[in-house]
Design a protein around this ligand. Structure first.
Ligand code: SF4
Length: 412
């Protein structure tokens, strides 16, 4: 979400005629887009603000802070960081561009509307719904990004159409809870309606979406994912904990059995689906037995990827106020390692089934001399013997090797 927001700020600043400065110490304008989903990310941002205060004494620098750090605590932050010229809420891009234009004595006319890059990447993120109404006890997002607010469908269509006209082939529709898209619009609509709508954009080849909540993943949506050829059969469905007691304390709104039933429904409708998930280990009060419930759920489902994090306290959340963080760091680390070790085996087994089979891969770029892309199921694939000209193409490939994290292929 932050990458997509920063990209839009970048487009506006370039329209003002500004160039990117790679070295922050030489920049005249700094826009710091903050993430606060974990305390360590917020600490990095505040540390950088300390450095920028020194920079400002040395040379004139306009400092803007945006992203999730800017919400209810902004007044306190403004007192703490008087060096900041502008605090802008997430998505308040026009305000950022206009203030920077004023600072530089430029006109912002024509610089704040429709902030789509003139040369788009082959894969682009498109935020479609902001905020979250769920209030899980460990999560700060609803307090920082606010309640769910969906972008109108025609606006999203125009944005994606323009990205595609500028070269994009794959879009990822983004929301903290993307499946609840559209319930706040008038007339009401949903993610399934949006997928049908953008599916008509002729040169758009792939549609992805992130992140889902099990309670909002409807049968209608699962059927749409199955029926629409451009929608990638890949779903990230966070379960966060395998124990009913911990799920209740997290206020996730479902039980272990309900989550597993949802997985069954998805696999019955889309047998070749790729499933990934998010998991927290070491939530306050998590006993060895609770943790074992998470391990057993992982073994039962066999996810293609698990984004696992050790619980850390976030100021402002219910858990921070009401539940003592009583799991030692050492135990959290051990549980994290156990999940990663298990996933190495699970993913190795799953990836071994790709060997000698054929998959279409959208080539996205080059990393350490290797060209890479992803399958429809979001598998990372390194393809041998390619050159620059293949970037942006969908290639038919044969898988010749694998590891738990990626596949190696040759062009067919
Ligand atoms: S659904 Fe996701 S974004 Fe919303 S409160 Fe829960 S963890 Fe946070």
């Amino acid at each position: 979400m932050n990458v997509a927001d920063s990209q839009r700020v970048d487009v506006g600043l370039k329209r003002l005629g500004l160039d990117e400065e790679k070295n922050i110490e030489d920049a005249d304008i700094v826009v710091l887009n903050t993430c606060v989903v974990r305390q360590s990310a917020e600490d990095t941002a505040t540390g950088l603000l300390g450095k920028l205060a020194k920079q400002k004494k040395r040379k004139s620098t306009f400092i803007c802070v945006t992203g999730c750090m800017v919400e209810s605590t902004t007044k306190t932050l403004a007192e703490r960081f008087p060096q900041v010229d502008l605090w802008a809420k997430p998505q308040d891009t026009p305000k950022i561009i206009e203030n920077i234009a004023d600072f530089l004595d430029l006109s912002s006319d024509g610089c704040v509307e429709n902030l789509i890059p003139e040369k788009s990447k082959f894969t682009e993120f498109v935020p479609i719904v902001q905020g979250c109404d769920k209030f899980c006890t460990f999560c700060v997002i609803p307090y920082r990004r606010g309640r769910e607010t969906s972008k109108p469908m025609d606006q999203i269509f125009d944005e994606i159409k323009q990205l595609v006209d500028n070269g994009t082939k794959e879009v990822t529709l983004l929301g903290q809870n993307v499946d609840s898209y559209g319930h706040d619009l008038n007339p009401k609509m949903d993610l399934s309606d949006l997928m049908h709508n953008i599916h008509d954009i002729s040169k758009l080849l792939r549609i992805r979406f992130l992140t889902s909540h099990p309670n909002d993943m409807s049968i209608k949506l699962i059927n749409t994912i199955k029926d629409l050829p451009k929608v990638c059969k890949c779903i990230n469905l966070p379960f966060q904990a395998g124990s009913n007691r911990i799920l209740a304390n997290m206020r996730r709104g479902y039980t272990r059995d309900q989550f597993l039933r949802k997985i069954d429904q998805i696999r019955n409708i889309i047998p070749d689906v790729t499933l990934t998930t998010d998991l927290i280990v070491g939530f306050p009060g998590e006993t060895e037995l609770d943790f074992l419930d998470s391990i057993n759920l992982l073994k039962e489902v066999n996810f293609d990827k698990v984004h696992v994090a050790a619980y850390s306290e976030r100021k402002g959340t219910f858990a921070f106020r009401q539940i003592e963080d009583d799991i030692p760091q050492k135990t959290k680390r051990e549980r994290l390692n156990e999940v990663n070790k298990l996933q190495d085996t699970v993913q190795n087994n799953l990836n071994s089934k790709y060997l000698n089979k054929f998959y279409e891969v959208l080539i996205e770029g080059k990393n350490r001399d290797k060209y890479y892309g992803r399958t429809e199921g979001d598998k990372l694939v390194y393809v041998e013997n390619l050159n620059e000209t293949f970037i942006g193409q969908i290639l038919k490939t044969r898988i010749i090797d694998f590891s738990p994290y990626s596949l190696i292929a040759e062009k067919n």
